[in-house]
Design a protein around this ligand. Structure first.
Ligand code: CMP
Length: 139
């Protein structure tokens, strides 16, 4: 079924000017970029976005990293977009990511792993609403 998912191109990737190359991989996988904005996350936005990870040991460092430079927030649409994008991203830990995935190609570490993608359609709806108004999503 046609789905939407939230993608974030992270500061390690914007710092190296990889937005275009990552977008080419996204589009090459059959996912349409139907909304996109380059922003600087505030501490509050980063902590709120990753609230489910608040008790994890990496939470503080993750929020430092996510506010260390610009990010590109995007809405992707396509057939089974949530799972499809997770396949395109590869495993969270780039050391475990398959060839041909964004994280294998570009990620620097398990934290600076270049991209985020929603892990379920339910979370996708919440994450999309966190950054985008309906009027700014043009499918
Ligand atoms: P993301 O898919 O955005 O979800 C949580 C993020 O936390 C993850 O990608 C990484 O950027 C970061 N992170 C740092 N350390 C870990 C870890 N040990 N396990 C999972 N995520 C981690």
């Amino acid at each position: 079924a046609t789905e939407r998912t939230l993608s974030i191109i992270k500061p390690d990737a914007t710092r190296r000017d990889l937005t275009g190359k990552i977008n080419a991989m996204i589009e090459g996988a059959g996912l349409k970029i139907i909304a996109q904005r380059r922003i600087r996350l505030t501490r509050e936005q980063a902590e709120g976005f990753y609230d489910v990870h608040r008790e994890r040991p990496f939470f503080g460092s993750l929020c430092d990293f996510m506010t260390s430079g610009p990010v590109v927030v995007q809405v992707l649409e396509g057939d089974d977009a949530v799972v499809r994008y997770r396949e395109v991203m590869g495993k969270t830990n780039p050391a475990e990511a398959d060839e041909g995935t964004i994280r294998k190609a570009f990620a620097e570490s398990i934290e600076a792993n270049s991209v985020h993608g929603s892990d379920s359609p339910e979370n996708a709806a919440n994450e999309i609403a966190y950054f985008f108004a309906t009027v700014d999503i043009v499918g």
